[in-house]
Design a protein around this ligand. Structure first.
Ligand SMILES: [Zn+2]
Length: 94
């Protein structure tokens, strides 16, 4: 399977990362290494993280690496669940 995330500010997409059960940790690690961060459910690319304070002020910091990794895992798991549902029903969930 692959996972790709999108910046909630500019729409920039991350690289697509392949993963399987043997390297499940790789995509979250690579995405954090590439400078992505998050705020709640939303992801932000490196460029938009650099300008985050200008747009949001100092009292609303981004949620950091641990949260961003966790959010990437959630996206990966969502993809797996969609795939399982597809296997079961034969139609891709919208
Ligand atoms: Zn961006």
């Amino acid at each position: 399977m692959t996972v790709q995330i999108m910046c909630s500010n500019c729409g920039h997409r991350s690289k697509k990362f392949a993963f399987d059960r043997f390297n499940f940790d790789r995509p979250p690690e690579k995405i954090v290494e590439a400078g992505w961060n998050s705020f709640g459910d939303a992801f932000y690319c490196r460029k938009c993280c650099d300008t985050w304070e200008d747009r949001n002020g100092k009292d609303r910091p981004l949620w950091g690496k641990a949260h961003t990794r966790e959010r990437v895992y959630q996206v990966m798991i969502g993809g797996i669940l969609d795939w399982l549902e597809y296997q079961e029903k034969g139609e891709w969930p919208m």
